[in-house]
Ligand binder design. Structure first.
Ligand code: NAD
Length: 261
């Protein structure tokens, strides 16, 4: 259990990739703060399971990360409970699929706020503690869309490219403090986020569900397989270890070869 005594906060961890990160970190003994929305009883069951797995603490924060005061409250609560955040994983994200000229303004604002600006706020609030401890890990779930674009995903591609640039800047600023900052960039991972965009993509492209899965989602993924959330979480765990102490400012693709083409 190499993370005993460390505290990890994973945004958007009530489901999908975020929950896989939380489970991987708890299995290595970290205190974990999970965040996101969902059914209260299901979240409590996950929280209790994390505590049991780690033998350490697990807390749930239901704060809405599109709002700066709620991000500040979440970070303050984590500091009160565990003394500060040593491992920050910015993972909360949403998607919306529409042509640029028809892109709903509220969806643009939501995606930029959650997928990009929230990571700035959590990072600025986590850094003082990490610098004081002279150890920290900042990990962003970016995306293949932090490296390449796809049509109809303008806000998401913009936010993820921004996140990649932000992460490189943090890596440079924090480099002499034992803190690393990296992006993990998955291709398509089968989670509710992917499932939920199928109907809109069917509409935008005039396709059936099977066509969207095979001709859009897996079209650019040379392995023709979805990535698993556990495979993404394993990379995060590796980044937390001493072997990864010199990996900073990197953008690690886990995309079945998508961005190699
Ligand atoms: P998901 O929908 O399963 O999980 C998203 C999480 O974010 C949930 O816990 C949800 O409750 C939370 N969330 C949503 N709005 C929030 C808000 N306002 N405040 C706080 N939490 C909020 O999605 P996922 O596929 O696990 O995605 C996680 C991350 O991975 C996202 O940043 C996404 O862009 C990225 N990603 C996903 C894929 C994929 O194929 N699934 C690929 C590349 C990158």
């Amino acid at each position: 259990m190499f993370l005993t005594g460390k505290t990890a906060l994973v945004t958007g961890s009530t489901s999908g990739i975020g929950l896989a990160y939380a489970k991987a970190l708890a299995a290595e003994g970290a205190n974990v703060v999970i965040n996101g929305f969902g059914d209260a009883a299901a979240i409590e069951a996950e929280r209790a399971g994390l505590e049991q797995a780690s033998g350490a603490g697990a807390r749930y924060s239901g704060h809405d990360l599109t709002k700066v005061d709620q991000i500040e409250a979440m970070m303050a609560e984590a500091a009160d409970a565990f003394g500060g955040v040593d491992i920050l994983i910015n993972n909360a994200g949403v998607q919306h699929v529409a042509p640029v000229e028809a892109f709903p303004l509220d969806k643009w604002d939501l995606i930029i706020a959650l997928n990009l600006t929230a990571a700035f706020h959590t990072t600025r609030l986590a850094l003082p503690h990490m610098k004081e401890r002279r150890w920290g890990r900042i990990i962003q779930t970016a995306s293949a869309h932090s490296l390449v674009a796809s049509p109809f995903k303008s806000a998401y591609v913009t936010a993820k490219h921004g996140l990649a640039g932000f992460t490189k800047t943090v890596a440079l600023e924090a480099a002499t403090f034992g803190i690393t900052a990296n992006c993990i960039s998955p291709g398509y991972v089968w989670t509710p986020l992917v499932e939920n965009q199928i109907p809109d993509t069917m509409k935008a492209r005039g396709m059936t569900r099977e066509q969207v899965i095979n001709d859009v989602l897996l079209a650019g993924q040379p392995t023709k397989e979805f990535v698993t959330a556990e495979q993404v979480a394993a990379i995060a765990l590796f980044l937390c270890g001493d072997a990864a102490a010199q990996i900073t400012g990197a953008n690690l693709s886990v995309d079945g070869g998508w961005t190699a083409g």
